[in-house]
Write a protein that binds this ligand. Structure first.
Ligand code: ADP
Length: 686
């Protein structure tokens, strides 16, 4: 280095050489200047590139801008740091070299960055001086700044990603097991007593003992203690990158599920650096538990449905077999004793009873299956509660008389008797309750039907209670709970001698539910029973008409009445003709729909009073035949009353019959009292 100075010295003292050096320095692409290391740090020399860096044309301009000193050359904000750095570098190395970067302010005000390679030297004439090579580093600096900015943005993106991912976590810790240190990244109030802020560093061992004591459910404390034991964590994470443990805390007296997740973020072979996250999994676990319970319930349900199905089949098989055995057995006996009139009569009576039972069972089962298949609908029409009660009274009378039962009706509390309801179903459910009351009451017992109307604030609706009470055998406390379940009977037919299917009350309850009402039963063994159906019905605000339960003497409906019976099945035809003639009707027959049309078309109006029409027939069925009759030109013939007599007894069959113009629908086999009653009503209206 001294050699160089001497060279410079030599050159400086030699003017020619000095000129040469100046020229050389001026041709250098980078900046070059010399300044005093002491005093004002005056600049002794600056080459052309240096002037250019400062956007100056002349040395005078350069001097003006820089004050001709190194201090004035450097940006005021950078000078202090730059001088300190130079001092330190010169003191710290043997070469007296330094490297600094700083900003300058060009002529015109633009700020540029310079790289400064300085060399300190002591000169005999000039004293301590620095000679410096500079390069304009603005573009590189800009690039660096941009890269830094990009790095910062990336860092911020990562941080917000971590924050986003950790949003579910109420507490997150970073721990080093080797150093036995743990620090929080995110802290919930539950850890605050230990970690005041994210700068708190604690020993890892025992960091959560207060937390466990204060918050964790006593039954789960050991689980969590184990999960945060360093040896356990090392063992678990040596096999997998992460593991988790669920536990419960007690929050405001309620249990809440939390999850601790531990992740190895360090060396796979030696577990030490880990991240631990605590988050609430309450909703997930509760949902999972709920799903499990639902599955369990569904399984139970499936099992019990299966049991119910098997019970149903075995009940059905028993209940069908019993009357069928009787029918087959008594028919065989009747054949055997065909000449003994008394015996045959007795056997036929038995066959009749068994057929009745079988029919009732089939009807009930069909009705239940219709209810279950949602095929039953409630259809409202205007009807009279008085008529319904009267009909029930008539229907039940034979049994009431046979058992010498005292049947009383109490309808004095009835203000609106014309209501809108499903007449057929209302009749059916009340009849079932009354029939049961008579059935389960001994000889000379008492049965009452009461209809109460309670005050309603709604002008359109009234609340009704239909109460059927008896003083019969009553129902035990244990059985009452099952009374509305299918096939449930307090005592089976064999034991009690009372025939039943155990389906009646199931049907009744279902229909009451569909009508939006309720059914209640109050009873005790030997104390009689009270069944109450409560319904809200739309009312017709008409005048109350006095009720006369007893029918006035009327001409029998059958007198001189001619019925056209349309039926394709020979046996049915024979039975029905016989029954109708026995009841006093004149009967003519047609074996399909087209013959019926033929007969009616060629008859005098009024010759036939009624048509009993089967539905399923060859050539032309009952629906088509009825439609054709309704289209006859002569209105007196076209409007003849037509009653469907059909084995198709579902609601939809009944609706279809009405749609094609029939006046009523009766199920097969013919129930004579029912038929007579209907005929009476229809003929009275025509
Ligand atoms: P069923 O009468 O055909 O057996 P129900 O469904 O109508 O079927 O009734 C179910 C059971 O409820 C009956 O078997 C009987 O044990 C009991 N029960 C119903 N009504 C009465 C009543 N009025 N008094 C005593 N027991 C009754």
């Amino acid at each position: 280095m001294d050699g160089q100075i001497n060279q410079w010295d030599y050159l400086a003292t030699n003017i020619q050489a000095a000129d040469y050096v100046r020229k050389l320095a001026n041709r250098m692409p980078g900046g070059f200047f010399i300044y005093r290391a002491t005093g004002n740090e005056d600049i002794l020399y600056a080459n052309k590139s240096m002037l250019k860096i400062f956007n100056c044309q002349t040395m005078e301009e350069f001097r003006e801008i820089t004050g001709n000193s190194f201090r004035g050359l450097v940006h005021p904000e950078d000078i202090e740091g730059v001088e300190r750095s130079i001092r330190e570098q010169i003191a710290g190395n043997d070469d007296d070299m330094d490297y600094v970067e700083y900003r300058i302010i060009q002529k015109g005000g633009e700020i540029r960055w310079l790289e400064d390679y300085g060399h300190f030297t002591q000169h005999d004439n000039e004293g301590d001086i620095f000679y410096v090579f500079v390069v304009d580093a603005t573009e590189r600096k800009k690039r660096q700044l941009q890269e830094k900015e990009e790095q910062l943005q990336e860092q911020l993106r990562r941080l917000s990603m971590i924050a986003g991912l950790s949003i579910d976590y109420e507490s997150i810790f970073y721990a080093d097991l080797d150093l036995n240190r743990i620090q929080a990244y995110q802290i919930s109030h539950r850890f605050r007593h230990k970690f005041q802020d994210i700068n708190t560093v604690c020993p890892f061992i025992g960091f959560d003992s207060e937390y466990i004591q204060m918050w964790v459910h006593p039954s789960d404390r050991n689980i969590l203690l184990k999960a945060t034991d360093a040896a356990y964590i090392r063992r678990k994470l040596s096999k997998n990158k992460t593991f988790h443990t669920n536990y419960r805390i007690i929050q405001n007296g309620k249990e809440e599920y939390l999850q601790l997740r531990v992740v190895n973020i360090g060396n796979d072979n030696h577990v030490s650096q880990i991240v631990m996250g605590y988050r609430s999994v309450d909703d997930e676990i509760k949902y999972e538990l709920e799903q499990k319970k639902m599955l369990k319930d569904a399984l139970e349900q499936a099992k019990s449905s299966n049991i119910a199905k098997n019970t149903f089949l075995s009940n059905m098989s028993h209940d069908i077999r019993t009357p069928m055995n009787a029918i087959v057995g008594f028919a065989a006996l009747a054949k055997k004793h065909i000449d003994e009139k008394g015996k045959v009569q007795e056997y036929l009576n038995m066959i009749e009873t068994s057929s009745d039972q079988l029919l009732r069972l089939i009807n009930d089962v069909l009705e239940i299956s219709s209810i279950e298949a949602d095929r039953i609908q409630i259809e409202e029409s205007e009807c009279s509660l008085l008529d319904i009660i009267q009909e029930i009274q008539s229907a039940i009378m034979p049994r009431v008389s046979a058992k010498n039962i005292d049947l009383s009706l109490n309808i004095s509390g009835l203000k609106h008797y014309i209501v809108f309801s499903d007449r057929q179903k209302l009749f059916q459910i009340l009849l079932r309750l009354t029939r049961n009351a008579v059935k389960y009451t001994e000889f000379k017992g008492q049965v009452s039907i009461t209809v109460k109307e309670t005050e309603s604030t709604d002008r359109e609706y009234a609340s009704y209670q239909f109460i059927v009470q008896d003083n019969g055998i009553g129902i035990s406390e244990s059985f009452i709970q099952h009374i509305f379940e299918p096939f449930e009977r307090q005592q089976n037919t064999t034991l009690s001698g009372i025939y039943g299917t155990g389906l009646g009350l199931t049907i009744t309850k279902n229909i009451v539910d569909m009508m939006g009402g309720t059914i209640e039963v109050v009873s005790a063994s030997g104390q009689g029973s009270t069944f109450t159906i409560s319904l809200s019905l739309r009312i017709q605000n008409r005048q109350f008409q006095p009720f006369s339960p007893k029918n006035q003497k009327q001409k029998p409906a059958s007198e001189h009445r001619r019925i056209l019976l349309v039926e394709d099945n020979e046996i049915n035809l024979e039975i029905e003709v016989e029954l109708l003639q026995d009841a006093g009707f004149l009967v003519e027959t047609a074996t399909d729909g087209s013959i019926a049309i033929e007969k009616i078309t060629h008859s005098e109006p009024g010759y036939y009073n009624l048509v009993l029409m089967d539905i399923q027939m060859p050539v032309m069925d009952g629906y088509h035949a009825t439609s054709a009759i309704r289209r006859l030109e002569n209105p007196l013939l076209a409007n003849i009353p037509i009653v469907a007599l059909s084995a198709n007894t579902l609601d939809e069959d009944r609706r279809k019959a009405m749609e094609c113009g029939m006046n009523a629908h009766l199920p097969k086999p013919v129930n004579m009292p029912q038929l007579m009653e209907l005929v009476e009503k229809i003929l009275a209206a025509f």
